[in-house]
Design a protein around this ligand. Sequence first.
Ligand code: FNR
Length: 345
Amino acid sequence: SLIFIVMGDGKKTLDFKSKRILAPMVRVGTLPMRLLALDYGADIVYTEEIIDFKIINAKKIENELLGTVDFVLSDETVVFRTCAKEKNKVVFQLGTADAKRSLLAAQKVENYVAAIDVNMGCPKEFSIKGGMGSALLKKPEKVSEILTTLVSNLSIPVTCKIRVLNDLQDTLNLVKVIESTGVSAIAVHARTQYERPRHPNRNHFIREIANTVNIPVIANGGSKEFHTMKDIDAFCQDCGVTSVMIARAAQWNCSVFRKDGPLQLPDVVRDYIKYAVLYDSHYANTKYCVLQMLHEDMDMKEGQETLGAMSLDEICNIWGLEVFYKDVIKTRRKKSHNLTTIKEI
Ligand code: FNR
């Protein structure tokens, strides 16, 4: 379905109504997981949170060998890797506490992504100390400054992801401020900064927010109940919205996005590893994500073996993908002979 439209004034829009969305997840939401979610039926995929100064300091590189655009630090850490396949569906999530820095960071990726999101929900100490994440929920002027700066200077849409405040009316006041900045949508994880996943999600807050603003509200926080599309639809209905953002259920079994029902976990793991190989992910990141997927199945022989794996090659052998791995590496070697240099854009 067509969801990405260029308007007459050069501004692009992204339709956030009736969408199934992969939530931002640090370490999990890198390119392989995003492409997998899209394959299984997600409409929009969010990147993991990326801190503004990291992307500002990164070099932009056209990686012809992989067919990607990479944003790489001087120590060769890949901060963000993306490709044409996701360009019109990927939302880049920024961690920021400063309007100017957020704009510099957003402008660096503006031509490669469909929208920019600002993380206003992260409760981790690192974020709070830096005035980022859920620290912003108590600073409406700062929220307004950051979002207004982004909305007025970018050609792509801006969204933000919040947690709720303890008081409903305070939360509604905050979302009114957010709406007034011109953002295209607002994602709501309906727990407070201090509540943990074991606390019930305040679905009724999402319902009230959706009644208060005129932009799409994306419901988040219901993963524990999600096994099939039916559960996801029930959550949306309970929240009174049409769009949903899914984190943990997708981390455990990304095929939760499939309309025809989820696939067996080992098949999902193999699909994931294939993308990790195709896009040359670091083996440690791949291993982490595979182990997250297996969290309830650690008595599986493959799970125990994955714990000890020290390379993508080994992970592929464990999961019966040795031929796939060899083919990809062979093709890549051939291709690299025809390439001369890595192009910095
Ligand atoms: C998260 N979450 C998160 N949120 C965010 O805005 N930026 C991020 O980078 C992350 N990172 C992250 C990593 C992991 C491993 C998890 C499990 C969660 C929070 C996430 O997007 C979501 O708001 C919550 O998990 C609640 O939604 P679910 O899990 O009930 O669908």
